[in-house]
Design a binder for this molecule. Structure first.
Ligand code: NAD
Length: 489
């Protein structure tokens, strides 16, 4: 199957923080892949804007090296790389001062193109950038801004940030990025739910026993210790990524696949979430890897605070109080230094109401697994007769739709989430971006949980590196006579 490349309008993309980690690791290598796919129009430009003093040639060399480092096995020829590098401009700029702004204004003046400004800098600079874009006449009706996470650290700061951005830009110009929404499988989740007759009639508490969402990482906090310790798993992962996945799995069918229709439905899910009871949460902090403490230190050593109370793992149970989901628990868990790198949503259906088979045939449940990583794809567990002469015994077999297998060499060429989302910005499609009220509603749900921990001086339970998190997380399931699904490979 040959993937179709839909051209986008000519654009100028300014990347504030164009020399930073995210720009070099994800944004620019992703843009290069779009360039090679033929999706970047002839005269499109990418303008790095950052504090470092360097000239255009220096920036071009930096991005050449970044592409070599982070796009290692992506096949391309020299002419393609030269062609892309030729699109790059650079402006040394100070988000908080006046340096560089006149030069950027000159570069952007007089072009009739889509103008997008990617704020790939610390959130502390978002307001300054928005203000200066306006002062220098670049915040016009054609322009768009892309805002990275974290979007606030609680409801109050998110509201303040929304209010600041709203002074200079309309909501229709603001693209709050959550790269989980750019993943192929996440969009396929909507295609599977709303493009098939098969699932939607069963998609409710009458047929679904429970839903699990797991985002497990094998890495620790690495070099981000200082940032992470002020945040923790709840703020860094649950409030945004897991919440967005929960919304897409649980929302009502929107009337149309358009940005506001989809985001209205997601917002209703967040607003219908029950508060989480303290005994429905497990919180953990990873320990050093035994015999390898120097290379794989425990959380507290990694963040340099022997008394840190920040969680690197959280698991919780919640309910959605509406007609569709009343009575169906949703279990969410995410953590660092876990046994496997795996992001997966699992829908566990109820058993059939009555078994016509003898007891030793066994009872089974259908399970729909939606894998975001590794190996993006969807698997449906179906019960069949165990082959052979052993009588009527039941076994589960997977109906597997691993995208790389199902779609063949061209279709399996997975477009990275950042590439897809940046192209959506250029197209002016906000469907896969979070709206301001969604972000605030998500904070309004997570704030009381975090405040509860702070008020109780809650200390996260230690868990072994390479494990499934603290025992409390398994207990959360065991109490409900359920268990976490094994990670799929
Ligand atoms: P970084 O520290 O590597 O880069 C910061 C960039 O900002 C640099 O280019 C620097 O020159 C520029 N900068 C700093 N102060 C400036 C100023 N006063 N004026 C102009 N430019 C200035 O940061 P990063 O890791 O690339 O992260 C950028 C943003 O993306 C942050 O909001 C971060 O939370 C978010 N983010 C990063 C990642 C990631 O994997 N790195 C993932 C998700 C979100």
């Amino acid at each position: 199957m040959v993937s179709r490349v839909i051209p986008v309008d000519p654009f100028d993309l300014v990347i504030f923080g164009g020399t930073g980690d995210l720009a070099r690791r994800k944004i620019l290598p992703g843009l290069f892949r779009r360039f090679c796919a033929g999706q970047m129009p002839e005269n499109a430009r990418v303008i790095g804007a950052a504090r470092t003093e360097m000239d255009r040639a220096g920036y071009q060399q930096m991005i050449r090296e970044a592409i070599a480092e982070f796009n290692g096995d992506f096949e391309h020829d020299k002419a393609q790389l030269d062609g892309f590098i030729d699109r790059l401009e650079y402006v040394a700029i100070d988000a908080k001062g006046e340096d560089g702004w006149a030069e950027l204004q000159k570069l952007m003046a007089g072009t009739e193109r889509v103008e997008a400004y990617y704020f790939s800098v610390s959130p502390a600079l978002f307001g300054d950038l928005a203000e200066r874009l306006q002062q220098w006449g670049m915040a016009d009706a054609q322009s768009r801004i892309v805002v990275e996470k974290p979007f606030g650290r609680d409801l109050k700061t998110a509201q303040a940030l929304n209010a600041t951005l709203a002074k200079y830009f309309d909501e229709s110009q603001i693209y709050r990025i959550d790269h989980y929404l750019g993943k192929e499988t996440v969009q396929n989740l909507m295609a599977v739910r709303f493009g098939n007759m098969l699932f939607e009639p069963l998609w409710n508490s009458q047929y679904v026993d429970h839903i699990q969402i797991t985002v497990a990482e094998t890495v620790g906090v690495g070099g981000r210790g200082e940032y992470y310790d002020k945040s923790g798993a709840m703020r860094d992962m649950v409030q945004n990524h897991l919440m967005q996945l929960l919304c897409l799995i649980a929302m009502e069918p929107p009337a149309r696949f358009d940005p506001d229709a989809v985001r209205d439905e997601k917002l209703k899910v967040i607003r219908a979430l029950d508060p989480v009871l303290p005994h429905h949460i497990a919180r953990g902090q990873y320990q050093a890897e035994p015999c390898n403490e120097a290379e794989q230190p425990g959380y507290r050593t990694a963040v340099g605070d022997p008394r840190s109370r920040t969680e690197s793992f959280v698991a919780l149970k919640t309910h959605i109080s509406n007609w569709r989901w009343a009575g169906t628990p949703f279990y969410l868990r995410t953590g660092k230094r876990m046994a496997a790198r795996s992001s997966e949503i699992t829908v566990v259906f109820k058993e059939t109401p009555h078994s016509i088979f003898t007891e030793d045939a066994g009872r089974h449940r259908n399970v729909l697994s939606i894998r975001l990583q590794p190996n993006e794809g969807i698997t449906l567990g179906v019960t069949i007769k165990e082959p052979g002469p052993g009588g009527m015994r039941l076994v589960d077999v997977p109906l597997d739709m691993t995208f790389a297998d199902a779609l063949g060499p061209d279709g399996s060429e997975q477009v990275d989430a950042y590439e897809r989302l940046i192209m959506d910005v250029i197209r002016g499609n906000q469907t896969l971006f979070m709206r301001g009220d969604e972000v605030e509603a998500a904070w309004a749900w997570t704030d009381p949980i975090i405040q509860g921990w702070e008020a109780r001086n809650d200390v996260p339970k230690p868990y072994d590196s390479g494990s499934d998190g603290p025992t409390d997380a398994n207990e959360l399931m065991r109490r409900d006579q359920r268990q976490w699904r094994e990670y799929s490979a």
